[in-house]
Design a protein around this ligand. Structure first.
Ligand SMILES: [Zn+2]
Length: 218
């Protein structure tokens, strides 16, 4: 109908129903006793619903396609771009020069992997930095906040974004130093920045990378 792909599935059900699948095909579930003519009448009666939902289904199918990882695609990890290959294996494997992704992987699959890496890497680096700087904090939390790479509360709770795992290690260190310096100065005053600079003389370069790549937080 109207160029919309339709697939009719007959079964022992009692009534007609329909829905779009993720490829944008209209799936009609029909009882085995219903004739093709009756199905057509059913579709005609629901033209409005079909047209409206077809647009949504196609949009969604396009989104899925765009985000599905393919051979030759690229991902950003610790500030470096890696080529990706699709393999049948069930999990993401990072080999020296690239990444192997299981079939059907999407941006979401990669983000889940990044979150797991963040939980291993960031608390460890923060502990090391704090020790080296002689600064204490209460605890660390990994979040998916979209507006900040990190933050530090009055009570010494440090929050770090898992999205930092896409940034170069030096930029990550800058964020750790920045948040730890908030344990001395809770603001962004001149003395605060002087403190950061005394701990990381070339911090501006690493801060700039983060400012230039703010879109990674979206
Ligand atoms: Zn700050």
């Amino acid at each position: 109908m109207d160029g919309i792909p339709v697939k009719i599935i007959y079964s022992r059900r009692k009534s007609l129903s329909m829905k779009f699948d993720k490829t944008g095909t209209l799936i009609v579930n029909a009882p085995s006793f219903v004739s093709e003519g009756e199905v057509r009448t059913f579709l005609r009666e629901h033209t409005r619903w079909i047209r409206l939902n077809y647009v949504k289904a196609v949009d969604m199918a396009r989104n899925l396609e765009e985000h599905e990882f393919k051979d030759g695609g690229k991902v950003l990890y610790l500030g470096e771009e890696y080529g990706i290959k699709i393999s049948g294996r069930g999990r993401i494997v990072k080999s020296g020069e690239g990444f192997l992704f299981p079939e059907g992987s999407t941006q979401e699959t990669y983000e889940r992997w990044l979150k797991a890496r963040a939980k291993e890497y960031l608390p460890l680096r923060l502990r090391y930095r704090a020790y080296e700087m002689g600064i204490s904090y209460r605890d660390v939390r990994i979040s998916g906040a979209k507006s900040k790479w990190g933050s530090c509360s009055e009570t010494g709770m440090i929050t770090l974004s898992w999205r930092l795992m896409m940034c170069p290690p030096e930029s990550i260190e800058y964020v750790l130093i920045h948040e730890l310096c908030h344990r001395i100065h809770m603001d962004h005053s001149k003395v605060f920045w002087a403190e950061v600079e005394s701990r990381m003389p070339d911090y501006k370069k690493h801060k700039k990378w983060l400012d230039d790549h703010g879109y990674l937080m979206e």
